[in-house]
Design a protein around this ligand. Sequence first.
Ligand SMILES: Cc1ncc(COP(=O)(O)O)c(C=O)c1O
Length: 389
Amino acid sequence: MEYRVSERAASLAPSLTLAITAKAKELRAAGEDVIGFGAGEPDFDTPQHIKDAAVKALADGFTKYTPASGTPELRQTVADKFASDNDLEYDPAQIIVNCGGKHSCYNVMMAACQPGDEVIIPAPFWLSYPEMVKLAGAIPVILETTDESEFKLTPDHLRDAINDRTRIVILNSPSNPTGSVYSPEETKAIGDICVEKGVLMMSDEIYEKLIYGDTVFKSVASFSKEHQDHTIIVHGLAKAYSMTGWRIGFTAAPLPIAKAIGAIQSHSTSNPTSFAQSGAVQALKGPQDHLAEWLAQFSKRRDYAYGRLTNMEGITCVNAQGAFYLFPNISGTGMKSAEFCEKLLAEQKVAAVPGVAFGSDGFIRLSYATSMENIEKGLNRLEAFVRTL
Ligand SMILES: Cc1ncc(COP(=O)(O)O)c(C=O)c1O
């Protein structure tokens, strides 16, 4: 029997992040002392009160199907979050709870794109965006940015790229992989163009709460009713509540798009896990004290790693304003990112993700969602590595 996979599946780029993680695991299993900078998840545990809410839901027998778009209580809680954090009014009918933020993004593409539509993605990008766009039959249009502009798209660049086929512009601030955060003024300028041109934005705000110093986050939807009407916000609990395994994301969208997402979800995954939704209500409604503690730790690690990286020969680095990644420029070493990361792992047992996976060769992504001890050790090894080049 010859097994033929769909063209859709065959068109997907294999995930370099997963490949490097698998290699690092293999080395670790073989007894090697590998330092991992690959993590896309906080190294903290989910706060106890959130776990308690899920455990109680299980004990109370909340173990059956819920409405496919999420429980009324969680949809209302998410609408309340947007009202209090972002000054955005949403009817709970506009909120769909999804099985993780990744699922939120995927549903948006499936619900809003026709084959042949173009979706603008600024690079460096979170590596799943172009693949999701392709899965929806649409065409990813990558707009390169550089570290000179802190990896931010300029209004002129965006304006030039929009044409009659442009359906969606993807925004991700704070950004994975760069940690860049658009200022409110920069955000508004991008939003203004999309409103003017009648193009939708998918604003991925999953790192909203993870910002440092005096950085300010403002959702692009919050500048006017028109901005809100042109924006689909995707969000989730994975990062700020360390709930990566719970698989809870959510989408806030204009009603026709929310309904379309609900319909797609009702025929694909159905509802996100019932008792995980109960935990999610607690996450959003309960105490938020953990955040200040985590941010203090992330901030300390970021400062340390940034200081070390900017003192290494052949490496430059823009400091991150949010998320938990740094995206140093390694082009001064003369190596491409995949070769750099392969050698770094083989010679120094340090796992980092090559920038080419995020559309920007010449960079590597280092996650500082790991202990200070690991960061120190890993950066000592990285420094030793670049000295040999
Ligand atoms: C920018 C961005 N969006 C969305 C997600 C999806 O997160 P999850 O599906 O775990 O909620 C991630 C996870 O790495 C991310 O970095």
